[in-house]
Design a binder for this molecule. Structure first.
Ligand code: ATP
Length: 193
């Protein structure tokens, strides 16, 4: 097992995971990387196999599930998506810290694999604040917004269970949350040197 920890980051949609990770990647461009996921969806124009995704057939994906090749996988709109153990190892081989941005089922699944990981939960200051961010982001319909808020409540309940997450970062003021994230991953960055 690699002594480089994988960073597993989770939190409700709209909590600010992408925002915080974007800042981290900008400050440490050579320390972190995202793994390449597998999917059964068809490539979109310009997407490159092995770079954007590993594009596979349903049969291939299901064989990989059987052979326990995935750390986590899920189905969205009729297509499988998953993170393979090999994809994380590929990142580790390059001497970088792999970041996995996953929802709670992903966290639950990864926890069963014994992956050497640090689990971070990004928490919105309140459900009301989360709703406002999602509305302001203007990416959701009323239906998808309600669904995200329901899922958010489940994720918040799960995060309160003991020993699920190593660190909970409340993303109220973005710069403060980012400082906290940097503190939390500092020891992992140090190990790369
Ligand atoms: N601390 C903050 N204060 C106010 N707005 C914020 C803060 N952090 C992020 N936002 C805004 O909230 C919205 C949601 O953030 P972001 O897209 O990073 O969330 P996410 O957790 O990655 O969501 P998803 O899982 O849906 O991708 C964005 O419009 C972002 O600019």
């Amino acid at each position: 097992m690699s002594n480089i920890k994988t960073i597993v980051i989770s939190g409700p949609s709209g909590a600010g995971k992408s925002t915080l990770l974007h800042l981290l990647m900008k400050d440490y461009p050579t320390s972190f990387a995202f793994s390449v996921s597998h999917t059964t969806r068809k490539p979109r124009p310009g997407e490159v196999d092995g770079k954007d995704y590993h594009f596979v057939t349903h049969k291939e994906f299901e064989e990989m599930i059987q052979k326990k090749k995935f750390l986590e996988n899920a189905m969205f709109s009729g297509n499988y998506y998953g993170t393979s153990k090999a994809a994380v190892e590929e990142i580790q081989k390059t001497g970088r810290i792999c970041i996995l941005d996953v929802e709670i089922n992903g966290v639950k699944s990864i926890k069963t694999t014994g992956l050497n990981a640090k689990y971070i939960f990004v928490q919105p200051p309140s459900i009301e604040a989360l709703e406002k961010r999602l509305r302001d982001r203007k990416t959701e319909t009323e239906e998808s917004l309600q669904k995200r808020l329901d899922t958010a409540n489940e994720a918040l309940d799960y995060s309160k269970q003991p020993s699920v997450y190593d660190h909970i970062i409340v993303n109220d003021k973005c710069d403060e949350a980012y400082q906290k994230l940097k503190e939390v991953v500092q020891e992992d960055i140090e190990k790369l040197k």
